[in-house]
Design a protein around this ligand. Structure first.
Ligand code: PHE
Length: 353
């Protein structure tokens, strides 16, 4: 009997060592300790033993029983451990093959350009101001000398908000068509001299094509002081163009109608492609229209309680998308907002800050 127990110990220790997986171990366990297992059946023969023999066999049996079940547990733990570490090295090699790291986040080219533009004007004392994107027709039109039914409203294809359900008369609430909706707010909020800029999104009811978008950005300046004149407007425009596009740039003012400025001006820049020689992009004129501007209309100053006899003002607005299109030769305005990452990656403009 003693020999048999030792034999079981040796044979099963070997089987345990050779087990490759948990189910091998389960089978070994059943063979030993299951209903008909070797270690289960063995004690049934103990009754045949004499007392002296039993004194030796019984502790030996218990020792081997404990030993084998301990060995099974140890092996079980080892198999689990091995499979875990194998799993993690396998995952590691998948990780090495596929690059899971995200590309470095970048700012949208428009954001970079607008921040640079803001920096250019910050240097000469302009501070930033925000105006609402959803606004009343008062700030977007009336305060700017564009009364209801005035034909000039047709210059802005306006998206009106279905405001009746908010208890607001139809036609009174709209998506701002330009950042000029900030003008009256700025003029009312600050006492002259005023140097404020407003960058933000504007909206128009447009037929979309390469040059028209329903959503686009504008950059606006409001500058009020004593004795400002068109000469200051010319200087401001040229200052901006030189800072943004280089010292060879020049600005030219042309008469242009906007109801909230008098006189109103369209600002042309010397064509950055042909430097004034005349080319396809500037239609052989040597100049490209860049901004709308003018001397703030006396009525607008009055609406804000500023005496137009004492102060004069300059309003000036550019379209950042249009500037970028010119600077980088982009031929479709819609590219800025259609989520085309390929385009945005290529148009990586240098972040200076
Ligand atoms: N708000 C005008 C537009 O969107 C541009 C402009 C700004 C004109 C400031 C004059 C002065 O067309």
């Amino acid at each position: 009997m003693e020999e048999k127990i030792n034999q079981i110990s040796i044979v099963y220790k070997q089987k345990i060592d050779q087990a490759k997986n948990l189910s091998d171990l389960d089978l070994i366990y059943i063979d030993l300790f299951g209903k008909n297992g070797e270690m289960t059946l063995l004690p049934r023969q103990f009754s045949k033993l004499i007392k002296e023999e039993l004194k030796i066999i019984s502790p030996l049996f218990n020792k081997i029983k404990n030993y084998l079940s301990e060995q099974i547990e140890l092996k079980r733990a080892q198999i689990k451990e091995d499979s875990y570490s194998k799993l993690s090295t396998e995952t590691l090699s998948i990780n090495e093959k596929i690059n899971f790291t995200l590309p470095k986040a970048k700012l949208h080219p428009l954001t970079v350009f607008e921040r640079q533009t803001a920096d250019i004007f910050k240097k000469i004392g302009f501070s930033q101001f925000e105006a609402p994107y959803i606004d009343t027709d008062y700030y977007n039109f009336e305060a700017l000398n564009i009364p209801e039914e005035h034909p000039a409203r047709d210059l802005w294809d306006t998206l009106y908000i279905d405001s009746e359900k908010y208890g607001i008369q139809p036609g009174k609430l709209l998506l701002r068509t330009h950042t000029s909706n900030s003008q009256l707010r700025i003029l009312k909020r600050y006492n002259p001299p005023i140097r404020i800029m407003n960058i933000g999104t504007s909206f128009r009811y447009e037929n979309l094509d390469a040059r028209h978008e329903h959503t686009f950005d504008q950059f606006e300046l409001v500058f009020v002081d004593k004795n400002l004149s068109l000469a200051d407007l010319q200087y401001l425009s040229e200052y901006y163009l030189k800072e943004a596009f280089g010292q060879q740039m020049k600005a030219r003012l042309r008469p242009k109608y906007y109801p909230f400025v008098e006189p109103g001006a369209g600002i042309d820049a010397l064509c950055i492609f042909c430097k004034g020689q005349g080319c396809k992009i500037c239609g052989n004129t040597g100049w490209i229209e860049l901004a709308g501007a003018g001397m703030i209309h006396p009525k607008v100053l009055e609406n804000a309680g500023i005496n137009p006899k004492e102060y004069s003002g300059i309003a000036w607005g550019i379209g950042p998308e249009r500037m970028l299109m010119l600077k980088y030769g982009i031929n479709d305005l819609r590219l800025f907002r259609n989520g085309d990452l390929d385009f945005l990656e290529k148009l990586e403009i240098e972040e200076k800050r």
